[in-house]
Design a protein around this ligand. Sequence first.
Ligand code: GLY
Length: 320
Amino acid sequence: MHALIVANGEVKDEIIQRGAAALRAGAPAAEVAEQAARDVEDDADDHSVGFSGKPNILGAVECDASFMDGATRMAGAVAALRDIRHPISVARQVMLRLPHVLLAGEGANRFAAEIGAERRNMLSPEARRLWLERLTAIGLTDAEIHDIASGHPPADVIDLVKRAVGWRDGTDTMNVMVRDTAGHLSVAVTTSGISWKYPGRVGDSPIIGAGIYADDRYGAAACMGLGEITIRLGSSLKAVTLMQAGRTMDEAGRLVTREMAEMLSPGGGGDHMKHVDWVRIILIDAHGKAGAFATRPGLFVKLQSADELTPRVVEAEFVS
Ligand code: GLY
């Protein structure tokens, strides 16, 4: 069976290499996907995931994560989770321990505490610096920034979000998709979401069918970029459903990405976020063929088969 790991181009080679080595040693897809996502969550150089992720407009890092097993189609997810080192593991435990799929906010934090998930202040000094820099760039005075940083935001946070969100400060969710030697597919998605978002904003990453889907019989999908688009289209489930209906992985990727591009075109309903107007989907079919498609050029993924020693960097196919 063709075992492989696929992840964002931004993910460090050594993380993917560890995953491929584990697959070579016979590790199940679920374990490899969770571990790779945990490694990225710990990576302080990545400002869109886990520790050192960029915060919401008021300075709190709120993480979304999801996990799905293609063998059982069981899934677990958390949204707007605060100060927990490994959101992906909490998401997987939701799947394993609760008769639920998605926990949000206070409830997600309660569950994390109950299962003994490790706490961590997720706002790194560098992410805090970037946040303060953005508040300055949108024209706030030192006194206004001081008020926000000390927990006294203005009444009109909507206005702040409109001014801050949309700069290309990133929405680089981490997608890791794994197929093991038994042919099982697992997907892990983890992110701190769109930078400078309104508190409580939830993206596509914890929404099963939008930012993630896996079904061993047909394939798996995961998205990165502007989650507001993939939520509205149900892009990941749609791509897998197209493969179920007999489309190839390439056809499914192109069709779904074209639909996302239309949504992002002028008048297509994406205008409110025009500066972060891109989405990328990664797919694996049931035979282990992987591909990536994006609504803009210059987005990369890394792929490594269990029998390869280093990841290959592949540009996502640009679909307009
Ligand atoms: N795709 C990540 C997000 O929109 O939060």
